[in-house]
Ligand binder design. Structure first.
Ligand code: SAM
Length: 279
């Protein structure tokens, strides 16, 4: 389990989407970085599939509104956390493993003036540094794929939610088992730990105590999104190399091409899961 954690940190320390490249691009486009608005970050800081629309679906499923207290599991650079605060008036605490991402999230949040309602703290979702019954909603997007013990992360979500609280998350799923070579490629390229099927996630949610509210298979939707995202990463690789910011390692690009193919043939895919801790 220690190996998985270090591998995820190593992957995200080198990831081409970074605070540095976001600020360099904005600086180049605007000529300065003064008075940045949250909306100016949104085209760059959402490290999941489907961008702001995907956030809005989570908000609707979890009934997020003014003052909702959210824990964002695996918050990355804090893009969704800032969006839920700015668009819906939520108070968001992100839990993020990789120190460089915690630091980047802090800087981006401060630059757009959302630091009173958004904080990303360093932590592991398998041992969340928040008290029990302290939040209304737990969200997570495209991140539990890195977490070796998903049941433990879901138990932690259950523990910190108030009675009646909601969990809504999206994640990679495996519709069929991966070959040994694909499993190795996903691990070496993107720090992918064991993946769940849609049914397995339903089972885990129930086992830790949640009532399952809905499960959506996002595989078809993602197959289209991922083709565009692959082109974005290929462009970003060149931009980051020119800018001298983290550019990602060769295995990342190799594994991403294979990942897109595996989603296109529905070996892998995506799921959106909503559950509730009954009052
Ligand atoms: C694909 S990014 C998603 C970021 C964010 N959810 C978003 O949509 O922009 C996945 C993030 O999960 C974090 N992560 C991986 N394993 C974690 C763990 N066990 N606990 C907390 N964060 C973790 C990584 O460091 C990375 O920043």
């Amino acid at each position: 389990m220690v190996t998985e954690i270090h591998s995820a940190i190593d992957f995200y320390e080198r990831h081409p989407i970074s605070c540095e490249i976001i600020l360099k691009k904005l600086d180049a486009a605007r000529g300065h970085l003064n008075d940045l608005a949250p909306e100016e970050l949104f085209p760059h800081d959402q490290d999941h599939y489907g961008g702001l629309d995907a956030n809005d679906v989570l908000a609707e499923r979890a009934d997020i509104g003014q003052g909702t207290r959210i824990a964002d599991f695996c918050a990355g650079l804090g893009g969704p956390s800032r969006y839920f605060s700015h668009r819906y008036g939520a108070d968001v605490t992100g839990i993020e493993l990789t120190p460089a991402r915690v630091k980047g999230a802090e800087e981006l949040t401060r630059r757009v003036g959302l630091q009173d309602s958004v904080r990303v703290i360093e932590g592991n979702v398998m041992q969340v540094p928040l008290p029990e019954s302290s939040v209304d909603v737990v969200i997570s997007q495209e991140a539990l794929l890195h977490v070796p013990d998903k049941e433990r992360a879901l138990s932690e979500a259950y523990r910190i939610l108030k009675p009646g609280g909601r969990i809504v998350f999206t994640d990679w799923v495996a519709h069929s088992p991966l070959s040994d070579s694909d499993r190795k490629l996903m691990w070496q390229g993107m720090a992918v730990a064991d993946l769940c099927s849609l049914d397995r996630y339903a089972e885990l949610l129930q086992r830790v105590g949640f009532k399952v509210r809905s499960i959506d298979d996002l595989t078809g939707e993602w197959a289209e999104i991922l083709k565009v995202r692959l082109a974005m990463y290929q462009k970003l690789r060149k931009e980051t190399q020119e800018a001298g910011t983290p550019a990602g390692h060769d295995a990342f690009y190799e594994s991403y091409v294979r990942f897109v193919a595996l989603v296109s043939d529905a070996t892998l895919g995506g799921g959106r899961f909503a559950g509730q801790k009954l009052a």
